[in-house]
Design a protein around this ligand. Structure first.
Ligand code: AMP
Ligand code: ZN
Length: 476
């Protein structure tokens, strides 16, 4: 597979360091506000990358962090801790705020059919690992301490700036004035590894003991410490939004490579933004929509996923309601087409002619070619439609479509007709409880209620199975 690598600034052939698994670290959310559809684009892109690797036969070990401490309102050490600010606004504790928005985030992933990472981990559960890493950096002479914080000295790391391609001198020139909060910070690009509970942070709620006094970690150190703990000192792929390139990821490289002397990440993958009216959709600009806002207008989160599939991950996408409604309509049509293919009249399977077999193979290899060239998913979607319109018999089309959907993740094999309504599931669960208690009268009444709605329930050694009753046939 070929993948654009921000580090080399070219499309490179992707190879893993060890044969298996692919080690993947994806920067997760800062849980102080609602997950919006701009974030969703990032997490769907992560998912498309991971599904593509799975499709190609790679096992993937995927770690994602939840930032619940240390991310300041400016990525460059200025401003307040986002969590503390969110808690003040909501009149809740930081822990409550973090839990509430973590749950909201996880629901957003679930409804867009994002495969959960193998490890989803909170920064606040890894403070000791971060302190250990800071200690190594201190031993190696990369840190200095002021009254306010422990800093990483970027002038001591010769490769600083290699990800963004900026020279250290330019970065220093370009640094904003408001970054100079701590008068004893040596270089504008130096970043805090540990903030002390003094001055502007003297009332910080989340704090831990450390050799530098009570305090809390900086944002960047969490990703390095957690990535190394679970995936090793050098990993295959690390992802994030393009906003992470100049500070967060540059700083992750500096502190990780300074500590280990080894390359931290082999492939850096960055996604472009979702815009709205030409501006980045963001929490701070309050110009965002959540999945719930879309659902209120009848747009399925999976239709949003379909919309995102149509723009390459390295291109900006401007969100409009027209494009969202259009994606919803196309997604509905696609599902309807699949239902028609499942119709008994069109789904009887026969031997494929050599020409049709050949055509099927051509679609499969064109699809593979598209995804192999830096995840050209818009092209893959176009190939899917071409395949669906071809004269390949329906059952074979469906097989290939469901194979493509291993990457698209649009739940195409689940049609409306296959879904068991929630109320039937509730009746079935109540019936199971009645059976367990030996109340067979109640269980029979519940079975009759289920049958009356057009479903059948079958008892299995463990649990039950529900299916739609076949339509009544006419007597001769
Ligand atoms: P945050 O919680 O603000 O740290 O953002 C989490 C992730 O979502 C980061 O990787 C951001 O780059 C990404 N992100 C935030 N806003 C957008 C947007 N409008 N479009 C795409 N990705 C975004
Ligand atoms: Zn990160």
């Amino acid at each position: 597979m070929k993948l654009y690598n921000t580090l080399t600034k070219r499309i490179d052939e992707f190879k893993t360091l060890k044969p298996t698994p692919v080690t993947l670290y994806t920067c997760g959310p800062t849980v102080y506000d609602f997950t919006h559809i701009g974030h969703a684009r990032k997490y769907i892109n992560d998912d498309l990358l991971k599904r593509t690797l799975n499709y190609l036969g790679f096992k993937v070990k995927h770690v994602m962090n939840i930032t619940d401490v240390g991310h300041l309102t400016s990525d460059e050490d200025a401003g307040e801790d986002k969590l503390e600010k969110g808690a003040k606004k909501a009149g809740k504790t930081v822990w409550e705020v973090a839990q509430f928005y973590t749950d909201f985030f996880l629901n957003s992933l679930k409804s867009t059919n994002v495969i959960m990472p193998e490890l989803l981990i909170r920064a606040t559960d890894h403070i000791q690992e971060m302190l250990q890493l800071i200690n190594i950096l201190k031993q190696k002479g990369f840190t200095y301490e002021t009254v306010e914080a422990v800093y990483f000295d970027t002038s001591k790391f010769p490769g600083y700036g290699k990800l963004s391609g900026q020279k250290l001198e330019d970065k220093l020139k370009g640094a904003r004035e408001d970054v100079y909060i701590d008068p004893n910070k040596k270089n504008a690009t130096d970043f805090a590894l540990w903030f002390k509970r003094v001055g502007r942070f003297k009332d910080h709620t989340m704090h831990w003991n450390s050799p530098y006094g009570e305090g809390f970690p900086g944002w960047h150190i969490e990703c390095s410490a957690m990535s190394m703990k679970y995936l090793g000192e050098t990993i295959d792929i690390h992802t994030g939004g393009i906003d992470h390139i100049p500070v967060h990821h540059e700083d992750e490289i500096a502190q990780s490579e300074a500590a280990t002397g080894k390359q931290f990440v082999r492939f850096w993958v960055h996604y472009e933004f979702l815009l709205i009216e030409g501006q980045k959709m963001s929490k701070s600009l309050r110009n965002f929509f959540t999945l719930g806002d879309l659902q209120k207008k009848g747009i399925d989160p999976l239709a949003l996923r379909y919309l995102y599939l149509q723009t390459h991950y390295r291109k900006q996408l401007n969100f409009t309601w027209e494009s969202a409604f259009a994606a919803q309509e196309t997604y509905r049509k696609l599902k309807k087409l699949i239902t028609s293919f499942k119709n008994p009249l069109s789904s009887s399977r026969s031997m494929l002619s050599p020409e049709k077999l050949n055509l099927l193979d051509t679609f499969r290899s064109r699809f593979a070619e598209a995804i192999l060239s830096d995840l050209q998913l818009p092209q893959a979607v176009a190939i899917m439609w071409e395949m669906l319109k071809s004269n390949i018999p329906s059952p074979d089309k469906l097989d290939l479509l469901f194979e493509f959907d291993m990457i698209f993740g649009l739940k195409l094999s689940e049609t409306e007709a296959d879904k068991i309504p929630e109320e039937i599931l509730i009746l079935a669960k109540k019936r199971e409880e009645a059976r367990k208690k030996g109340d067979f009268t109640a269980s029979d009444v519940l079975r009759n209620n289920i049958v009356a709605t057009g479903y059948q329930i079958e008892d299995l050694p463990k649990g039950f199975r529900i299916k739609k009753s076949s339509p009544p046939s006419f007597r001769a």
